[in-house]
Design a protein around this ligand. Sequence first.
Ligand SMILES: [Fe+2]
Length: 170
Amino acid sequence: MGLFTSTEFDSLECLLIDQLQDLYDAENRLVDALPKMADAASTPELKQAFQSHLQETKGQVNRLEQAFKLLDKSAQSKSCEAMKGLVKEGEEMIDAKGDPAIKDAALIAAAQRVEHYEMAGYGSARNFAQRCGRPDVADLLQQTLQEEGDADKKLSQIAESSINAEAARA
Ligand SMILES: [Fe+2]
């Protein structure tokens, strides 16, 4: 949301478009950030998880473009301040020194914050689309919501199956 301009909402569809623009910016920021997360990860399984989520994220960008198209809008971004902050926190972990397992645990903690933020955004946007009588758009958003949820579970599983225990021993 701009600091010096106020947003005006006169329909739920306006709000939906606003939310899509925010998500579009957030996803594009992640397309830039995920390769750095993958490079910084030491555990091969985590590296792989970041790389495969990068591919999924590119698909999610594509789905948002489809959603804009279905709504007859051009795909536009509005700066997502929250994702900027989350990526910045991730960069702090990327640059951190120290034990590799602890660093991996830190990268996972940063990435899971991102997933939960996105899940909240997609959940709201999907419900708005449904209420606007746009099940086609809601369906696209639901597919991404599902992927974000799966990515989050995968990260929990990687953390708990090996990395956290190793980090505790370090
Ligand atoms: Fe995403």
